[in-house]
Design a protein around this ligand. Structure first.
Ligand code: FES
Length: 363
């Protein structure tokens, strides 16, 4: 038995027996001297490896003392760090989750506080905190007789890679097509990892499309259109996963709709333009015994956090429902689709809601 496995067993024994006799903070104080990851109040992970995978994406390998929940691709996890004294969290799609290990890919977003800090300040050996794992398996109804198309760009490639690692682990003979979009050949990501996956998945076919700088090595160029779909040579009922910027996702949905596609489609869009309220009128949001001043152009989650409140949240993109709370009265606008709520009681998602009037919330 290795030292790591022996230590894990010993820690599991302590966890299951005497640790329950102590308060969490007391346990964390003493256990932290043995292993900084051995905590009960928070789940800490250690960065054990990090490497660039192209296109401003950094891959992090993380080790956890706690037992994680391995499972299908498509779920999300929250990563948190203390940056300039403030705890900042963001959600990512892990490439894989093992019992005590996971890997995430983090694309550097210009002006992105968390991703910029990860790219410039994080080192091997540092600790991060992880939150809940949430979300559903992508393409859960897929069978081995079907050939799914995975269409992805930028940070959306982490979900496509998670699917491919899942196939390599659980169904090596799965036929699958991957179509990766990037502005130029230099912006393509995970090329080395894809070459390794092609050895493990004999029926994986990889296509690249360059949108701005065509290259003779990639026959597809420009944005997704009917010719790109035809290049994949798939029947109209093939399952499709599309993950990337909203422009790519919208194009795939429109083109496939026009072509009569009738297979399952799993969609994840990033950087969708938010609807903006026409004015920036001042409003008051009453929550608990606080009155928070905002404008109609601010999102509720961000403004409540700025006011020192700590509402629950996960993806911050309107996907996971973690930030759902009860609005008691007042109107809000859904910043994703622009729809406007009724006056009365209803559940709203704080991360994508703007107040259009004074509102009362039950947090
Ligand atoms: S944080 Fe996920 S829906 Fe709001």
């Amino acid at each position: 038995m290795t030292w790591t496995a022996w230590r894990q067993q010993a820690q599991d024994f302590v966890d299951a027996s005497i640790s329950r006799l102590m308060r969490d903070e007391v346990f964390d104080f003493f256990a932290g001297h043995v292993d900084p990851l051995w905590t009960r109040r928070r789940i800490l992970v250690e960065v054990t490896a990090m490497h660039a995978v192209g296109g401003d994406v950094l891959s992090l390998r993380l080790r956890s003392h706690h037992r994680l929940t391995p499972g299908p691709a498509g779920r999300h996890i929250e990563l948190c760090a203390v940056i300039d004294g403030v705890r900042v969290c963001r959600s990512y799609t892990p490439l894989f989750i093992g019992e005590h290990e996971l890997e995430v890919g983090i694309k550097k977003i210009s002006h992105g506080r968390f991703s910029s800090w990860i790219h410039s300040q994080l080192h091997v050996g540092d600790l991060l905190e992880i939150g809940q794992i949430y979300g559903q398996a992508a393409l859960s109804a897929l069978t081995i007789e079907q050939t799914p198309a995975l269409i992805a760009a930028g940070s959306g490639m982490t979900l496509a890679m998670a699917m491919l690692y899942d196939f390599a682990e659980r169904r090596r003979m799965q036929p699958v097509r991957l179509l990766q979009y990037a502005r130029s050949a230099d912006d393509l990501v995970y090329l080395e990892e894809l070459a390794v996956l092609q050895q493990r998945l004999p029926h994986l076919q990889v296509f690249f499309a360059l949108t701005q700088k065509p290259d003779s090595s990639t026959p597809l160029h420009g944005h997704f259109d009917a010719t790109h779909w035809q290049a994949l040579d798939l029947p109209a009922d093939s399952p499709v996963l599309v993950c990337g910027p909203a422009g790519l996702v919208d194009a795939v949905q429109e083109v496939l709709h026009d072509l009569g596609h009738r297979g399952e489609m799993h969609v994840e869009a990033y950087h969708r333009d938010l609807h903006m309220a026409p004015d920036g009128a001042a409003v008051t949001v009453r929550v608990k015994d606080r009155a928070v001043a905002m404008t109609t152009q601010q999102l509720l989650l961000e403004s409540l956090e700025d006011a020192g409140l700590q509402p629950a949240y996960g993806c911050r993109q309107g996907i996971c429902m973690s930030c759902t709370c009860r609005k008691l009265q007042g109107r809000v606008q859904n910043a994703i689709d622009g729809s406007i709520s009724e006056e009365g009681e209803e559940d709203i998602r704080l991360c994508i809601s703007r107040p259009l009037t004074d509102i009362d919330l039950s947090l």
